[in-house]
Design a protein around this ligand. Structure first.
Ligand SMILES: [Zn+2]
Length: 163
């Protein structure tokens, strides 16, 4: 059995007792949360989120890329969000690779060097600050006054604001 089979099985057992508002695609808290794809970050649990309350964007690192700006532009301009919460975390996989190291590895194996940035980082606080600045400086986003960045401890779920 594959992991997909297992998840499809679990879905088939889903009850009908999910809490939340399903009447509109506009998040009721008017917020978008960006975080890492890391499997240990239980984003709904650490913020007590209900269905319908927040957009949740995830990628490797929880870093602001062009694709994140694309989603945030739609989120703010078409779906009414006005705040952005960025959450990166301790013990992130992007902390254990380097920009050139990973690109060299891909190039050696495939003959192709990716044009995208790996977004590797040494200091997670620096990475969070950089992502906050990318949101604030984006010409495509109308709401950039409430943008804050935090580091989540993967062991406790507790947040520390990156300053
Ligand atoms: Zn991560």
């Amino acid at each position: 059995m594959t992991a997909i089979d297992e998840l499809i099985r679990r879905n088939s057992e889903l009850g009908d007792d999910l809490l939340g508002d399903r009447s509109t695609p506009e998040p009721s808290l008017h917020i978008a949360i960006l975080t890492c794809m890391d499997a240990r970050i239980r984003v709904f649990e650490i913020f007590g989120l209900l269905q319908g309350e927040s957009h949740v964007l995830r990628n490797a690192g929880g870093v602001v890329t062009d694709d994140v700006i694309r989603s945030l532009a739609l989120s703010q301009r078409k779906l009414g969000t006005r705040e952005v919460l960025i959450v990166q975390h301790t013990n992130c996989g992007l902390n254990s690779v380097t920009e050139d190291g990973f690109k060299d590895e891909l190039e050696a194996e495939t003959g192709l060097r990716p044009t995208w940035a790996v977004e590797a980082f040494k200091d997670v606080n620096d990475s969070v600050r950089q992502s906050v600045q990318r949101v604030k400086r984006s010409p495509f986003l109308p709401h950039t006054d409430q943008v804050r960045g935090f580091v989540s401890d993967v062991h406790t779920g507790k947040l520390t604001e990156a300053e």
